[in-house]
Write a protein that binds this ligand. Sequence first.
Ligand SMILES: C[S@@+](CC[C@H](N)C(=O)[O-])C[C@H]1O[C@@H](n2cnc3c(N)ncnc32)[C@H](O)[C@@H]1O
Length: 313
Amino acid sequence: MSADITAEEAGISWKLTALVDRTAAEAALAASVEDAWDSDLVMSAHEVEADRYDPINAGLWRIEAWYPRKPDAALRATLDTMFDGNPPDFALEKVEPEDWVTISQQAVEPVRAGPFHIRTPDHAAAPEGIDLVIPASRAFGTGQHETTAGCLAMLGWLRARGVHPRDIADIGTGTGLLAIGALKLFPTANVIASDIDPVCDEIVRENARGNAVPLGQRPGALHYVTAPGMDDPALRARAPYDLLIANILAGPLITLAPDFARAVQPGAHVVLAGLLTTQEARVTRAYLQQGLRREHRIVDGDWSILCLRMPAR
Ligand SMILES: C[S@@+](CC[C@H](N)C(=O)[O-])C[C@H]1O[C@@H](n2cnc3c(N)ncnc32)[C@H](O)[C@@H]1O
């Protein structure tokens, strides 16, 4: 690293780990969403399962958190908020930069999710199922993750119930997989996909071409924009949507609830993912407060995938 590049710019981050009881873990998760999620700390918590390597800590919760800078006063203040002035002793580990997305996508095996079969170009098409081809890339969304697979399964569930959306938005599209899947299921829909990360622009376009999905602003085509949340003229102009999909994270999903509710029409479905089962109640509450109703949920491991609906007039 050269002297004038900061550790953060070089991609170095710090991982914090601690074991706490369930009450402390749940209070910290709640605070991470409601009070401090806009800090740079990203946190998850999982109950420690009893196994032969760790029988003693079974029942405790392992908190894992990542911070993009060397731990500082701002981090201490955030942890004080999360743990009500009494944070546990965190073990600290420096994490060297790696292209985690690409690494996690190497050697990915084909996945079945709802009516879809997702594979890389190295694998053969399956004899049945809607074939989606997504090569490894620097964006999230190969179908391997529970949240992506759950969203695809939720699209299949909607289709099986006779839902035929015409105006679809996929917010936080990553590789574009959900938007492309939506177009395969609903081939005459207007589909717009967006991501806050500019790297997705080229990747979504390549994946659209690789799956014979036309790009453009007409029915049956995919339009892509780089934007945070709904903050883009094209996203606003195409509203109201009758299907909005967002696989992001619990904190942003809660913050975006009013924007999403404003962007959908009566009777519209909203598919949300990126939330742990422990975060489901808080995310659901944010959307119920905006007038939506619960329609369906899929739970896969620690992850919940929600389908909510704006009541028809
Ligand atoms: C978990 S990935 C999901 C990718 C893909 N939709 C899938 O289901 O696999 C979340 C994506 O949301 C994007 N994202 C995060 N916050 C966002 C925001 N406020 N607005 C738009 N995109 C966001 C990230 O850059 C990332 O690509």
